[in-house]
Design a protein around this ligand. Structure first.
Ligand code: ADP
Length: 591
């Protein structure tokens, strides 16, 4: 239904009220005017008829009809009214306007009847003779208390009607003017109401267009102004809420994007709604490729598909582990899933968090392998010691030669155990120091470190007549932990001596290489085959286990060197030609 504007609600009622008022005023006023005029006229008619009646009564009996008629004409002319004289039988004896002979009997006229009965008769009537409304007043014509007839005076009511029609015309003009004024008033009033409403509509349109900083003017009518103030308050509260929601949203978005774990949001149809860069990286998919498509379509892993379905059907958070395979590489995933509930409590989807635990798994394996290796390395000397102790207890102790032989084997095995334990402790110490941040690095004269290392290894070198030469500038300096760097050089020099033939030469060289300090240990020994070079620095890795053991090796020496280079922010490498010799090189930043 078309809505009416305010003005059309006001104007018809205003006009109706004005017309009702005008009609009632007109009705009342016309009645009052009429009554007033009639009373006035009838009094004057009565007076004039009375005078005529008095004149006639004295010699009435002697007057002829013609004389009476001419008297009527004369009096009628003078007093500007119609005069009629009627005998007691109702016969018209004289009339100022008409010929009495042609006039009918008037005995039935109410005013005549009343006058003939002795009182004054007044009546208003339409005169068929003169075709007008007339007011008639009849007075008795009497002489010595005998009623001789009646004198009737009458006058047309045109004057009354004339003044009434003037009044009607004026009232009509007043009505039209009042209607015009009321139309103007209703326009003004409706504007006063509708303008603030229009302002309010404009304001709400601004708010709809998300311009919540717009303010509706609050002047004008108190009620409307109050309403505008309430709407403005509402808009400012809404602005605050939206600001809060938006800042929360951007915080959440930043967390969503920055979190390293993969996050997948799926809807109840298992379609991907959102994914973060972590999930993109893990699944090898861009959000553009994945969003809007079902998990079955875009992810090959059956376990992940089943996990999504399980999460969607579960009321509690669920967890699982599985491997994602891309070619030969496997990524181990720990997945957690939780359903998303709408306000009404219905499940609308799920959030899946994917954690890449490949590194942890690998570290666990390294740890397990390490424990197995340590046990294995220690078991050999322990078994040997126990075996020889038993042999001694079983009687060999009685033979001094055998005792000496077995005890020296026991001594060697104990030495071996002690070296393994020392190396393990050293490794643990380097790792522990690194983790605790307690390793101290200082400006160190490299030449001193190399000389000390040569000193330590000189005995073993001398046993094989191997010359250990040091080639380093006196004032070459580097930032290092002196004890650890010396230990690394000792390990390398010991290896160089171990794996060189007699009468050979080992060179220890240190020099500046761009921003790095390089320490090289060069031997002319057996060298290392290329396929073994990559694994040399692993813990317990040895190319020839028996030979290493014979030479008192633990398989941890190079692992320690690698670790020490690492804590200095550098690395260790090897270049070797099988049968010709090897060059082990430590490179650490100078500053
Ligand atoms: P080990 O205690 O057995 O020497 P390392 O970790 O020091 O243990 O060395 C690992 C392995 O690397 C050795 O067993 C050996 O086979 C090889 N190796 C180390 N240094 C040399 C070298 N200078 N020349 C040849 N082979 C070497």
């Amino acid at each position: 239904m078309a809505k009416k504007r305010i003005i059309w609600h006001l104007l018809p009622y205003y006009i109706l009220i004005i017309f009702l008022a005008l009609i009632s005023v007109t009705w009342y006023a016309s009645k009052a005017v009429k009554d007033f005029h009639k009373k006035d006229i009838s009094r004057s008619l009565e007076e004039r008829a009375g005078i005529v009646s008095m004149h006639l009564s004295s010699g009435f009996a002697g007057l002829t009809s013609a004389a009476i008629d001419s008297l009527c004409d004369e009096y009628g002319d003078r007093s500007e009214m119609r005069l009629t004289v009627i005998d007691p039988g109702g016969v018209v004896l004289g009339d100022s306007e008409e010929d009495p002979a042609r006039m009918e009997n008037h005995a039935d006229r109410p005013e005549v009847r009343k006058a003939l009965s002795g009182s004054i008769g007044i009546s208003e009537r339409y005169s068929g003779t003169l075709k007008r409304n007339f007011l008639y007043v009849a007075v008795p014509l009497e002489s010595e208390n005998i009623i001789l007839g009646t004198v009737r005076a009458s006058i047309p009511l045109t004057e009354v009607e004339g003044s009434l029609s003037v009044m009607y015309r004026r009232l009509f003009i007043a009505g039209v003017v009042a209607a015009l004024i009321s139309a103007i008033l209703s326009i003004l009033v409706s504007r006063r109401i509708s303008n603030p409403l229009e302002e309010m509509k404009k304001g709400i349109e601004h708010f709809e267009g998300e311009d919540l900083d717009y303010r509706i003017p609050t002047y004008g009518l108190a009620e409307v102004g109050e309403l505008a103030r309430v709407i403005n308050d509402m808009a400012s509260k809404l602005r605050n809420r939206i600001d809060t929601v938006e800042s929360q949203k951007s915080e959440q978005e930043a967390v969503f994007q920055a979190i390293p774990e993969g996050i997948l949001v799926v809807n109840s149809d298992e379609k991907i709604v959102r994914m973060n860069p972590g999930a993109s990286k893990l699944l090898g998919l861009t959000p553009e490729e994945a969003c809007g498509r079902s998990i079955q379509e875009v992810v090959r892993s059956q376990q992940l598909q089943e996990f999504v379905a399980e999460t969607l059907s579960s009321d509690i958070p669920v967890e699982t582990d599985f491997a994602l395979r891309f070619g030969v590489e496997s990524t181990f995933i720990q997945a957690r899933g939780v359903t998303l509930n709408s306000v009404s409590g219905n499940g609308t989807g799920a959030v899946i968090v994917l954690n890449n635990v490949t590194r942890i798994r690998k570290l666990e394996n390294v740890r397990k392998e390490f424990v197995a290796n340590v046990s294995h390395e220690l078991r050999t000397p322990v078994t040997a010691i126990r075996g020889f102790v038993e042999t001694l207890l079983d009687g060999a102790i009685d033979s001094p030669a055998e005792s000496k032989k077995f005890l020296s084997i026991i001594d060697r095995q104990a030495d071996r155990m002690s070296s393994i334990i020392n190396d393990l402790l050293l490794l643990a110490q380097v790792e522990g120091g690194e983790e605790a941040g307690s390793l101290r690095f200082e400006k160190t004269k490299i030449r001193e470190i190399l000389d000390d290392a040569r000193q330590v290894c000189s005995v073993k070198g001398a046993e094989k007549n191997i010359i250990i030469e040091v080639d380093c500038d006196e004032d070459l300096e580097g930032r290092a932990n002196p004890a650890l760097l010396e230990q690394a050089v000792i390990n390398l020099v010991e290896n160089a001596v171990k794996y060189s033939e007699k009468d050979s030469k080992v060179t220890v060289k240190a020099f500046q290489e761009n921003a790095y300090l390089a320490v090289e240990v060069i031997d002319r020994g057996c060298g290392i085959e290329p396929e073994n070079q990559a694994r040399l620095f692993e813990r317990f890795y040895r190319i020839d286990k028996a030979r290493s053991r014979k030479l008192g090796g633990t398989g941890l020496g190079l692992a320690i060197v690698k670790h020490i280079a690492g804590v200095h922010g550098g690395r260790v490498s090897v270049e070797s030609k099988f049968g010709k010799g090897s060059v082990f090189k430590i490179r650490i930043p100078r500053k």
